[in-house]
Write a protein that binds this ligand. Structure first.
Ligand code: ADP
Length: 501
C-alpha cells in the first residue's frame, strides 16, 4: 500500500535522496522469500512510524508462522540441494563482493531510511551505512578461510578435520543499527556457505527491505537469503522455535535472549546471543578529565543511549566526584536535542512510543529512588519521542536505575573510594558487556582490565571497535562472540575424518 504523496512528504520530512522517496512511494514492501518479493500469507501488514514526527512512513508485510515456514523451506532447499554451500569459496565471495559494489552506490538511501525509521541522526546513520560495503567485503574475504586441521597420528591412520557450514541460520536483529546489522550479521554466515533468514525489528524494517532489493540484483541463488519482516512474537518466535533452523544469531534484549535459548532446545540449535548491558565506566582521580568527561558522556548518550554497550554506570573516584559530576551535567545540558536531520543535533528522538514510555518511566523511578537529577529529564510537549540527555548523581549501585538496562540517554553517577571498591561495584551487575577505565596508571589499568568481568574493556577511550576482535558479553550479556574468525567458528561445524592407512 502506498501512502499519498502529501502524507508521505510530511512523514519523510528531511529525506533528500530520490531513491529513498521512490522506495517509500513504491509500496512494494513484501517479504523476500526464495528470491521473490511476496505478500504475507495472511495478507496482514503493519505500519512503521517516523519517531521524529510520529507520522506513518509505510505499511510493511507482517510475516507470521506460515511465512517463516515458507522462508525456512526456501533456505533449507537452498542449503540441502542448492549450489551455495557447494560452490568454490572464491565464487561465493564474488557474489558478496558484487553486493558490496551495489550497496556502495546506495548507502545514502539506506542511511536516510534508517534515520526516518529509527530516529537515529543522519550524522550517525550516514557513516554507518558508508561502512557497509567494506563490512561485506571483509565478510567475503573469510570465504576461503573456513579451514580444518590435520592431527598428528601413528602410522595406522591419518586424521584431519573439516569446517563445514552449519546450515540454515536465523538472524534476528534489533532497531538500533538496522541497515548495518541487516547487512553485516548475515554476510559472514553467507561467506561460510550457510543460507539465512533475517528478521528485522518491527520498529525499523525499511532499510532491510531496501537491502533486499539490492540483494536481489547481486546474483545469489534463490533461497540463500530470505528477509521476513514482522513482530517479535510472530515472525521472530516462529523462527527461533523452528526445527528447520540449525543456528540462531540474536542481538537484542536479555529477556528475548532467554526465549531464543528456549526455542533452541527444540532441536539443539547453536545460539549466539548479543544482549544488553549495564556497563561500568570507571574514572580515577588521575584521569585526563578533559578527555574523560566527553568520552563518558558520549559513551552513554551516543545513539541516544540506545546501545547495548552504553557506559550507563559512571563510577567516579570521590576526590574528583563533585568536579566531574558538574562537568558531565554541563556537557549533557549543552547537547542539542533536535531533529535527526539537524547537523548540530546531538540527541534525536527515541525509536518508538514504547521506548519513550520506558525511558521516561526510568527517569521518574530514579527520582523516586532518591537519586539526584542533575541534568535532563522529560521533554514534554511537541511531536516526536525526544528525551533530554539525563544525568542522575549520587546513585547507589543497588538502585534499579543502576541495575536495569534503560536503553536511553540516562547516566547514573556513582562515587567510589578505592580500586577494590571500583571493581566490586563495577562487577555488581548481572550484565558483563563492556567496561571503561580512565587512569594514567598503566599497572592499575591492567589490574582493572583483568578484574572487571566484561567482554570488552576500554582504557582511556570508551567504545573503540575492531571487526577482527571478539565482540560479545559475559553473564546476562550473551553467549558466544562475533567478529572475524569467531563468527566463522559460530557459523561452521567441525567434522573429524579418520582414514585407515
Ligand atoms: P527491544 O526490547 O529493545 O525492542 P527486543 O529484544 O525486544 O528489543 O527486540 C530485538 C529483536 O527481537 C526484534 O527483531 C524483535 O522483533 C525480536 N523479538 C522480540 N521478541 C521476540 C521473541 N519472543 N522471539 C523472537 N524474537 C523476538
Amino acid at each position: 500500500m502506498a501512502e499519498s504523496d502529501d502524507s508521505l512528504a510530511l512523514a519523510a520530512e528531511g529525506a533528500r535522496n530520490e531513491n529513498t522517496l521512490r522506495f517509500l512511494k513504491s509500496g512494494a514492501r513484501g517479504l523476500y522469500i526464495g528470491g521473490r518479493f511476496v505478500p504475507s500469507l495472511s495478507g496482514k501488514t503493519f505500519e512503521t512510524i517516523n519517531p521524529a514526527n510520529e507520522r506513518r512512513l509505510a505499511m510493511v508485510a507482517e510475516g507470521g508462522e506460515a511465512d517463516i515456514d515458507a522462508a525456512v523451506a526456501a533456505a533449507r532447499k537452498a542449503f540441502d540441494h542448492g549450489p551455495w554451500p557447494r560452490m568454490r569459496p572464491a565464487d561465493r565471495a564474488k557474489v558478496l563482493y558484487r553486493l558490496a559494489d551495489i550497496v556502495q552506490a546506495h548507502t545514502e538511501e539506506l542511511a536516510e531510511l534508517d534515520t526516518l525509521d529509527s530516529g537515529l541522526m543522519i550524522s550517525v546513520t550516514r557513516p554507518a551505512a558508508q561502512g557497509i560495503p567494506d563490512a561485506l567485503r571483509e565478510a567475503a574475504s573469510w570465504a576461503n578461510k573456513v579451514q580444518g586441521e590435520t592431527y598428528p597420528t601413528g602410522t595406522d591412520h591419518f586424521s584431519f578435520s573439516l569446517r563445514e557450514p552449519v546450515g540454515v541460520c536465523g538472524i534476528i536483529i534489533p532497531w538500533n543499527g538496522p541497515a548495518v546489522l541487516a547487512a553485516r550479521k548475515p554476510a559472514i554466515a553467507l561467506a561460510c556457505g550457510n543460507t539465512v533468514i533475517v528478521k528485522p525489528a518491527e520498529q525499523t524494517p525499511l532499510s532491510a527491505l531496501r537491502l533486499a532489493e539490492l540483494i536481489s540484483e547481486a546474483g545469489f541463488p534463490e533461497g540463500v537469503i530470505n528477509i521476513v519482516t514482522g513482530f517479535g512474537l510472530g515472525a521472530g518466535s516462529a523462527l527461533a522455535n523452528h526445527p528447520g533452523v540449525d543456528a540462531m544469531s540474536f542481538t537484542g534484549s536479555a529477556a528475548v535472549g532467554q526465549e531464543i535459548v528456549r526455542g533452541s532446545a527444540i532441536n539443539f540449535k547453536k545460539v549466539m546471543l548479543e544482549l544488553g548491558g549495564k556497563s561500568p565506566h570507571v574514572i580515577f582521580a588521575d584521569a585526563d578529565l578533559e578527555r574523560a568527561v566527553p568520552n563518558a558522556a558520549l559513551g552513554v548518550f551516543r545513539n541516544h543511549g540506545q546501545m547495548c554497550f552504553a557506559g550507563s554506570r559512571i563510577l567516579v573516584q570521590r576526590e574528583i566526584y563533585p568536579e566531574f559530576a558538574a562537568a558531565l551535567a554541563k556537557f549533557a545540558a549543552d547537547m542539542k536535542v533536535a531533529s535527526p536531520w539537524d547537523p548540530d543535533a546531538k540527541i534525536g528522538p527515541l525509536v518508538s512510543a514504547a521506548q519513550f514510555e520506558r525511558v521516561t518511566g526510568y527517569i521518574d523511578l530514579g527520582v523516586r529512588e532518591g537519586a539526584r537529577l542533575s541534568a535532563g529529564g522529560r521533554l514534554d510537549g511537541g511531536k516526536g519521542y525526544y528525551v533530554r540527555p539525563t544525568v542522575f548523581s549520587d546513585v547507589e549501585n543497588r538502585m534499579r536505575i543502576a541495575q536495569e538496562e534503560i536503553f536511553g540517554p540516562v547516566a547514573s553517577l556513582i562515587p567510589f573510594d578505592t580500586e577494590e571498591e571500583a571493581v566490586a561495584k563495577g562487577n555488581d551487575t548481572v550484565y558483563g558487556l563492556g567496561a571503561g577505565i580512565w587512569t594514567r596508571d598503566v599497572g592499575r589499568a591492567i589490574r582493572m582490565s583483568r578484574q572487571l568481568r566484561a567482554g570488552h574493556v576500554w582504557i582511556n577511550g570508551y567504545g573503540l571497535r575492531n571487526e577482527m576482535a571478539p565482540f560479545g558479553g559475559f553473564k546476562h550479556s550473551g553467549i558466544g562472540r562475533e567478529g572475524g574468525k569467531y563468527s566463522v567458528e559460530f557459523y561452521s561445524e567441525m567434522k573429524s575424518v579418520f582414514i585407515s592407512v
